[in-house]
Structure formats: C-alpha cells, structure tokens
Unconditional design. Structure first.
Length: 406
C-alpha cells in the first residue's frame, strides 16, 4: 500500500514539473498570436494599394496555418516525439516572424501573408500543449493540468499586446516590423525552456491489435460529445468576440478604447477561471462543468439581448469568456478520456483540424453576419449551438449514471 502511494506521489511530482514547463512554454509561445491579431490587419492594410478588401487575408493565412499545424504535429510526433515537435513548431514560428518582418521591409503583401501562415503553423503546434500536459498526468490530475495550461493564457494576454505596443515602431520608418522581429526571441526562448522537458512517448507502445481504428474512436459517444461541445464553445467565443468591437464602434458609436477594454475583460475572463476550473471538475464532474459553461454562454446571449449600453457589451463579453473556459476545458478533458495513450496523436490531430478549421470559419463569418444582419442576429446564433451541445452532454451524463447503476 505504501509503495503504491509513494508511486502515485512520484508520478504526480513528475507530472507537475512537466506541466509547469509546458505552461511556461504556452505563456511564451501564446504571446505571439495576440501580436499577430493586433497588428496583422493594420500591416496588411498598409501593404495594399487602393483596394483594401484583402487586408485581413494575412490573418486568414494565420488561421489556415493553425489548422494545418494541428495535422503536422500529429505526423511529426510519430517520428520526432512530442518534445522535438514542439521545438520544431517554435522554430517555424521564428522563421515565420522573420519572413513577415522581411516582407514589411520589402512591402510585399503576399510574402507577409506567408510569414503569418508560418506563425500560424507554430500556433497549431502550440495548441497540442494542453493535450501533452493531460497525457503526462495521472487521470485524477488531467483536468488540473489542462487548466494550468490555459491559465498561462493570462500571461500571453498581457505580454503579447504590451510587446506589440513597445516594439511596433522600433524599426521606423517600417511600421510593425519591430513587433514581428520581437516574436523571434520568444520562439527561441521557448525552445530553451523545452530542453529539460521529459514527456511520455506513446509511439510504439502498443501492438497493432491494441490500436483501434480512428473511425472506431471518433464515433464513440464520449468523443463526439467532447468534440462537438468543444467546437461549439470555441466557435461561439470567436464568432462573438470578433463581432463585438464592430457592434460597439460601428453599430453603436462607442470609442474604440471602450471596445478594447471590453476585449481585455473578455480575455481575462477566458483564462482567469482556469486556476480553479480543474478543481471544480474534480469535485463536480467534467460533464456538469461543461453544462455550466453552456448555460453561462446562454447568459451571454441574454445580457446582449437586453440592450446596447456599454454594460451590456462588457457583461456579455465577460460571460462569453467564462462560458468558453468551462466549456472548452471540460470538453478537452472529455476528449482526452476517450482514447488510449498510444492513440493520442491521430485522435488529437483529427480533433484539432476540425476544431480550428471551424474556428477560422466562425471568425471569417462574424464580420459578414454583422454587416448583413446586425448584432441582435449574431446573439441569436448562440441558442441553437448551445442547446445542441447541452442535449449531447445531458445524454452523456445519463449514460454514465446508467452504467454506474448497472
């Protein structure tokens, strides 16, 4: 009995060290995307001539790269291992930042889009850090591990925008080039931080008879529920977050500073609950926390429907962030419990390519829906998505109860 307890304590200590390194890496690499989204559209705008309609194409390239990175890391992990794959992703990010900066010096729009695509690839690799933390942890510590990885987003949310402000004029008269150059040392620092990391490698640990076909895994009720709820939470968050500044500034005439502050509160609400989301999951169960997140997203729609005052927008954005946190962390934990360790790479790759492709589409469609139908119609879209997800999570809870009682 004592040997078992000692073994669990050793396993937990090892997991905590690995999660701490992964969280620090997440904080550093996660600082790049806020810089890209803060300046990418403005940089694209200045690189174009009279026709500015493609000014956000580099950001689309970033999202495409992120989706492609989710597939690329699934492949590279099989041959290089997870640790080396994360290092490769950071190296791609540094290279992409250099390409973007060179493109700004050369006033080359499409080279700039390529640079952002490469940075997006890095972010696609980075997205697997949450799964690596879960896979490196014993089952009872998985939700907390995922929470700590997402909690690192608080650092990214502050560090990224501040770096953008400090460095965007660093290489004048070429605007924004300094900010993209600043991403390079971030990526190199992440590589150095990953060096002492030790992760369990699942490749080759099971016989062919033990490895289930991907189709069999992704058709299980548990995986489908986790994936749909995760996609629903993330896509709604992106859809509403992208449209809210347009609604506040263009639709209601608020100063852009008020919209920026609203987004800042939203980002803090996205990541701050991560410090205790894992504990809530351990106490109440992952399905209940996902359900709570979906109900909070419904609350976001209610507050947004109540009016177009400043508090309506800010309150809705805060609820949007908290609902995403509960829904996405819980859904990730459900997905992580649906496969065996040696099945991780292919299942996670399949999951993330669908997730981030959908997120890219939701971001792209947000502005178009707002322009065509307005803010009120955008809020209505929350209801069918959350209701579908809630039905799925309640069905999973019912099945779990029936299995325990049988």
């Amino acid at each position: 009995m004592d040997a078992t307890v000692d073994g669990l304590q050793t396993q937990l200590q090892t997991a905590r060290r690995s999660v701490a390194l992964l969280a620090a890496t997440q904080a550093i690499l996660g600082s790049g995307p806020p810089m890209v989204f803060a300046l990418g559209g403005l940089a694209g705008y200045q690189l174009l001539g009279d026709d500015k309609s493609l000014s956000t194409a580099p950001l689309t390239g970033f999202n495409v790269g992120m989706a492609a990175g989710a597939v690329a890391i699934a492949v590279s992990s099989r041959f290089l291992g997870r640790k080396s794959s994360f290092m490769l992703g950071a190296l791609l990010g540094a290279f992409g930042a250099a390409v973007a900066a060179i493109a700004l010096f050369q006033a080359n729009f499409w080279l700039f889009a390529l640079g952002l695509l490469l940075i997006g690839l890095c972010n696609g690799f980075t997205q697997k850090i949450r799964f690596a933390a879960a896979d490196a942890s014993p089952s009872f510590y998985k939700p907390k591990a995922i929470s700590w990885i997402l909690a690192a987003g608080i650092v990214s949310a502050v560090l990224g925008p501040q770096l953008a402000i400090w460095t965007q004029n660093l290489l004048e008269p070429v605007l924004f080039a300094g900010a993209f150059m600043a991403i390079i040392p971030l990526c190199l620092l992440a590589i150095a931080m990953l060096s002492p990391l030790k992760l369990p490698e699942a490749v080759g640990t099971a016989s062919a008879a033990q490895v289930r076909p991907l189709r069999e895994i992704v058709l299980t009720q548990r995986f489908i529920t986790g994936m749909v709820c995760g996609i629903g939470s993330y896509a709604l968050m992106t859809f509403m977050m992208t449209g809210a500044p347009l609604a506040m500034v263009i639709g209601c005439g608020f100063p852009s500073e008020m919209a920026t502050l609203g987004i800042q509160w939203h980002v803090l609400a996205m990541f701050a609950p991560s410090f205790f989301t894992g504990m809530l999951i351990s106490r109440f169960g992952v399905e209940k926390i996902v359900a709570a997140g979906l109900l909070i997203l419904m609350g976001c729609a209610v507050v947004a429907h109540m009016g177009i005052e400043l508090w309506n927008f800010w309150g809705a954005l805060v609820l949007l962030g908290i609902g995403w946190n509960f829904g996405f962390i819980g859904s990730t934990a459900i997905v992580a419990s649906s496969y065996r360790p040696h099945e991780a790479d292919k299942v996670q790759g399949f999951h993330d390519i669908i997730l981030f492709t959908t997120v890219a589409l939701s971001s792209f469609s947000s502005g178009k829906v707002f322009t065509a139908y307005g803010w009120s119609f955008m809020n209505l879209i929350i209801w069918p998505v959350t209701i579908l997800c809630l039905v799925l999570i309640l069905a999973l809870m019912a099945r779990s109860r029936s299995s325990k009682s049988a």
